[in-house]
Design a binder for this molecule. Structure first.
Ligand SMILES: Nc1ncnc2c1ncn2[C@@H]1O[C@H](COP(=O)(O)OP(=O)(O)OP(=O)(O)O)[C@@H](O)[C@H]1O
Ligand SMILES: [Mg+2]
Length: 307
């Protein structure tokens, strides 16, 4: 049994295509689409697998798009468990406009889960034997479900399981209704938690420490994009700079960072080293084009450079 599992309640198939120019009211001739798995927890599982770690992904799977997603995960050799739902898994559209070299990203809301489906999902996680050491809750929640669902999942898990949360908005705020191990906000998300903008290091420290002092979370990792990340615990507060890399696409930087961080922690690495590996994985994700996540070789090279 792996020590890491991820949960994705609002996964997606990302459909990528290209068009010369986006023009309203006209039939646009697009290139043959390429499909990729999407959704926070699935991306974290893909990145951990790429980095050579053991992980199993649990995800809500419905309809024909759910079947396609299952097939895409199989092709990438991801160990995964579809949780069957009635409604159709969503499909997002990513369209590259060649004339402007800009990307248009159309996100669909995703299907809601019934109370029974949520119950089954919780029961499935609880039945994992032995319980995972790490549970990564990542990505948006489908419309219509209890916005405190991440807190409900976390509180149902055995105390030995360290829960990592990476989401935004109300699911992030309400996710903290039960004590968690680690939170990975960016500055905007930390501001959502604080109820005011968070703009500098002292504000990061104040907000993160206040969450820790209230017993809501043990570790706060605030990611700063090209600025790297800040680690805050009850004992430490330190900044880890990101290496300079050639920027191709920032998609998946946050998910790759969570993947590197949790993988290193699950291998027993100290927090400071795990942070560096997470930042290296996030920066490695920026070096790859499109929706591709971090590559192992780049991550390990950046990690060594940062030592
Ligand atoms: N321009 C960049 N150069 C180098 N590293 C970067 C850059 N952008 C992001 N990273 C790396 O990726 C990590 C996470 O990035 P970021 O803070 O943008 O996460 P996020 O806002 O959660 O992103 P996402 O939109 O993927 O959820 C950073 O800590 C850093 O290591
Ligand atoms: Mg993020």
């Amino acid at each position: 049994m792996p020590s890491i599992i991820t949960l994705t309640l609002n996964p997606a198939v990302d459909k990528n295509s290209q068009v010369q120019q986006v023009v309203a009211e006209r039939k646009l001739r697009c290139e043959p689409p390429v499909h990729h798995p999407g959704g926070g927890g699935l991306n974290v599982a893909r990145a951990i697998t790429e980095l050579g770690g053991d992980v199993e992904a649990y995800w809500a799977c419905g309809g024909a798009i759910g079947q396609l997603l299952s097939q895409l995960l199989d092709e990438e050799h991801i160990v995964h468990h579809p949780l069957s739902i009635d409604a159709q898994t969503r499909e997002n559209m990513i369209l590259f406009e060649r004339s402007s070299e800009q990307q248009y990203r159309f996100g669909m809301p995703g299907p809601s889960l019934t109370a029974d489906e949520i119950r089954t999902c919780l029961d499935t996680l609880l039945a994992i034997e032995p319980p995972p050491e790490y549970l990564v809750l990542s990505g948006s929640l489908p419309a219509g479900v209890d916005e405190a669902l991440y807190a409900r999942v976390a509180e149902a898990m055995p105390a030995s399981c360290r829960v990592v949360l990476d989401t935004s908005g109300t699911p992030l705020q309400r996710g903290l209704e039960t004590p968690l191990f680690l939170l990975k906000p960016n500055m905007r998300e930390l501001g959502q938690l604080a109820g005011r903008p968070v703009e500098d290091d002292s504000q990061i420290r104040n907000v993160a420490r206040s969450l820790i002092d209230q017993g809501k979370v043990e570790v706060v990792v605030t990611s700063l994009g090209s600025g790297g990340a800040v680690l805050t615990t009850a004992e430490t507060h330190r900044h880890i700079r990101a290496p300079t890399v050639n920027i191709r696409s920032k998609v998946g930087a946050g998910d790759s960072m969570v993947a590197g961080l949790v993988l290193a922690l699950s291998e027993g690495k100290p927090l400071a080293d795990a942070m560096r590996f997470g930042v290296a994985a996030g920066s490695a994700a920026v070096m790859t084009g499109g929706t591709e996540l971090c590559r192992r070789e780049n991550t390990e090279r950046l990690f060594r450079k940062m030592e």
